[in-house]
Ligand binder design. Structure first.
Ligand code: GUN
Ligand code: ZN
Length: 455
């Protein structure tokens, strides 16, 4: 054991039910529909891309929760498979939301402020409720049910500063068999007293949670620094120590989201060259670092992110809503920085990764660039999985992957139906879907081959 084990205060969950619906035959499930996923990263401008794998009317074969193959729709699998017909629907790998706040469902769509004011006015008061075990448990359940109802089967999540909020989130994810990366939020200054921890207590809580949940099933721990302004240098140092000593641990934080926030970070860490440098000096920038936003960066920062193998979790809905700025996706790409997509609820106004992709298109359009449906969809599936080092498990329909699969209506309503019916190419069709669809298009969400949401 890595650390001395302290009090396991709360009950561990019952394990996720076995990797099959009760009626599955021998754990064998076959799903029929239009299969779309990626085999590599599409180029920026490519509307016809070899990276896109489209297999209309095919059976996706799933055994014991894993994808084992695929065959044409006309060639039905034999009676040893339970067959589910989703003919005429779009099957995608479950979405990955690389940055989202579970307690902020309660403040989504709050009117009239920019980041720092929004945190104080709406967010911090809402997060205080999660000190309570029942609130933490109910909040975790509500949040994961909502993720699944939006077609998101994997996520990197910020609960609150309270250990119990992370503990309950892990437990809820375990009972659904979901891939979840989370950890208690670290914040020991510039926050209300009720939301502050201290370095020794926070370190103990992190270690307890790591011992209890890290790399258990589909769960992983993320050292979760809220952002540099709300952690003392001593706390950042402690966080860096955890990152360098716990194998496989992730690190998530916010970076250069708004200009006011950058100015605040600069004033608190005058010795650092840039906001990113604050994290780099503390040992927080490495291949499993997930840095949200990264709008106000320079070329040196991007080079550092590339060299470290860290990723930016781009959150366009949040950036538009809070007026934070327009992320330069192309500059990140050209610099070789991995970019994933994220809802950032409650700064973002929807858990839907489809709406997030559509907002991603709008942000690039404001800067005179055209984001393809392929770039957006890749960043919400395989691209995100690769940035997390989880491409063998999630993000595609590759054989051996866990069967996190969502079934989508191509069109809901007469306008979308008409638009889709006149689309001339696959990209045109998928782009129109991305701009017009939302969670109401979701029919079923399977997690490891088990239907966890049905409309
Ligand atoms: N920066 C620090 N905390 C937060 C948060 O909760 N949401 C967003 N969007 N930015 C932050
Ligand atoms: Zn955030």
């Amino acid at each position: 054991m890595l650390f001395e084990y302290t009090h396991p205060t709360f009950p561990l969950p019952t394990e996720a039910q076995p990797f099959m619906d009760s009626e599955d035959k021998n754990g064998r499930l076959a799903l029929r529909g239009d299969l779309l996923d990626f085999t590599s990263m599409p180029g920026w401008d490519e509307v016809e891309s070899a990276a896109v794998r489209y297999r209309p009317d095919h059976w996706l074969l799933i055994e014991d929760g894993c994808i084992v193959g695929c065959q044409h729709g006309a060639q039905a699998p034999d009676a040893s498979w339970r067959r589910e017909e989703h003919r005429g629907k779009l099957l995608l790998p479950g979405f990955i939301d690389s940055h989202v706040h579970s307690p902020q469902l309660d403040v989504i769509a709050s009117h009239g402020s920019t980041l720092l004011d929004w945190l104080e006015t709406y967010t911090f008061p809402a997060e205080m409720r999660f000190a309570d075990w029942e609130e933490a448990e109910a909040g975790a359940e509500r949040f994961l049910e909502a993720l699944l109802a939006h077609g998101t089967t994997s996520a990197c999540v910020y609960p609150t500063v309270h250990k119990i909020s992370a503990d309950r989130l892990f437990a809820s994810a375990a009972s659904r068999g979901m891939r979840l990366i989370t950890g208690k939020v670290l914040m020991d200054r510039h926050a209300p007293q009720a939301l502050r921890d201290d370095v020794p207590g926070a370190e103990r809580d992190c270690i307890d949670l790591i011992e209890r949940w890290h790399q258990r099933g589909r769960l992983a721990y993320a050292v979760t620094v809220r952002f540099a302004p709300s952690s003392t240098p001593a706390q950042l140092e402690m966080a860096g120590r955890l990152c360098s000593t716990v194998p496989g641990v992730y690190m998530q934080t916010h970076l250069a989201e708004t200009q006011d926030e950058v100015a605040l970070a600069r004033s608190l860490f005058p010795q650092s060259r840039s906001y990113l440098d604050v994290y780099a000096r503390a040992g927080l920038v490495y291949p499993r670092s997930i840095l949200a936003h990264g709008i106000w960066l320079d070329a040196e920062d991007r080079a550092l992110l590339r060299d470290a193998g860290a990723q930016i979790a781009h959150s366009p809905s949040s950036n538009l809503f809070l007026g934070s700025g327009l992320f330069d996706w192309r500059a990140a790409l050209d610099a070789g920085v991995a970019v994933s997509l994220a809802s950032d609820v409650g700064g973002g106004t929807s858990l839907s990764m489809i709406r997030t992709m559509a907002d991603g298109y709008r942000v690039q359009a404001m800067a005179g660039r055209s984001l393809t449906a392929w770039k957006a969809l890749h960043a919400a599936t395989l691209g995100s999985a690769e940035a997390l080092g989880l491409q063998a498990e999630i993000g595609s329909f590759a054989e051996g992957s866990t069967a996190d699969v969502c079934v989508w209506d191509w069109a809901v309503g007469a306008v979308a139906e008409r638009r889709l019916s006149v689309a001339r190419s696959l990209h045109e069709r998928v782009f129109a879907w991305m701009m017009m669809a939302d969670e109401r298009n979701l029919s079923v969400a399977y997690v490891a081959g088990v239907a966890r949401y049905r409309r």
